[in-house]
Design a protein around this ligand. Structure first.
Ligand code: SF4
Length: 311
């Protein structure tokens, strides 16, 4: 976790929460649970946070279901980072896991809001935060609470009572901040059409609210027809596609990528192909083990766009 990441579509990761449970077929080879076990095996400073979050099984490490909320120092990380960067929030968990209280998500929103300069312009950091979930219904519930002044105040007061108030200021505090943050892209992961449809059903009402909304189709396990109201997001949408990586990676069906790319192109939605995946890299004999080197792809697949920059 921290100032460097191998995830090509972002620049840093920030993990206020660690630990998770599998929730859908896209989780089967969850990289985070393997990574958590690897960090513990390596020992050292970073290991403590992940001890007890995974256990060994015949098929390798699996989540125990325990969730750990990070220390204050971790929560403050983005405020310490002076150079503006893309920050993927919770690469080692799901912020909207049922065992993560909404007050923790409110604390994450609080840090992101401070980085937007809402509390104190001198604390503005030019970061761009990205939050993905597979628990879209809970994300929707949190956002509805955040948009409700009374509920939001309750969460913020709770933080204040816990001594997490820091530079709390009622007049400029989070209770008065906008519902939609300009420095935050929210969204969901969807491995196939069924999961896309279910998760978009939870979040589609946000399309007209001003949020930039991303979907990560990784691991891509089937083709996806993007619905008109998602495509209508245009440059406020973002689609990332990736084949699975790792020793047990499932093959990304060959016919998936181009149709998604074409749908995005036609609608002006930014598209980002992250990687073809370990299995396809082996089939094609690519040098990059995850098929993540665009120079090795057919030319029409070499598309790596970010929100606001679709052709
Ligand atoms: S939701 Fe994400 S972090 Fe949690 S098990 Fe699934 S892939 Fe892993």
């Amino acid at each position: 976790m921290g100032d460097k990441t191998g995830i090509q579509w972002t620049e840093a990761t920030w993990n206020p929460v660690a630990g998770c449970t599998v929730v859908s077929p896209g989780c089967t080879n969850c990289y985070a649970m393997k990574d958590a076990a690897r960090i513990v095996r390596m020992g050292g400073k970073g290991a403590k946070k992940y001890v007890g979050l995974t256990r060994d099984s015949k098929g390798g490490p699996v989540w125990t279901g325990d969730i750990r909320i990070a220390d204050d120092d971790t929560f403050a990380m983005p405020l310490r980072w002076r150079r503006p960067r893309g920050i993927f929030v919770n690469s080692m968990s799901d912020l909207f896991h049922t065992d993560v209280p909404f007050v923790v998500a409110a604390r994450v929103w609080w840090v992101i809001g401070q980085c937007a300069g809402f509390l104190d312009p001198s604390r503005t950091r030019g970061h761009r935060f990205q939050i993905l979930t597979k628990r879209s219904a809970r994300m929707a519930e949190f956002l509805a609470g955040w948009a409700n002044t009374e509920i939001r105040r309750g969460w913020i007061e709770n933080l204040y009572e816990q001594g997490r108030g820091e530079v709390f200021d009622w007049m400029n505090g989070p209770a008065y901040w906008p519902d939609v943050f300009p420095n935050l892209t929210i969204g969901f992961s969807a491995e196939n059409q069924e999961r896309f449809d279910a998760r978009w059903a939870d979040l589609r009402h946000l399309a007209g609210t001003g949020w930039t909304i991303m979907v990560s189709v990784e691991p891509c396990l089937g083709s996806i027809r993007l619905p008109p109201d998602f495509l209508a997001l245009g440059h406020r949408g973002w689609v990332i596609v990736g084949g699975e990586s790792g020793p047990k990676a499932r093959l990304m069906p060959e016919h998936c990528v181009l149709p998604i790319l074409h749908q995005c192109r036609d609608a002006g939605v930014p598209f980002y192909l992250k990687q073809l995946g370990t299995a396809m890299a082996a089939v094609l004999g690519l040098r990059h083990p995850k098929g993540g080197e665009p120079a090795e792809w057919p030319e029409d697949l070499r598309v790596r766009e970010f929100p606001g920059m679709a052709r």
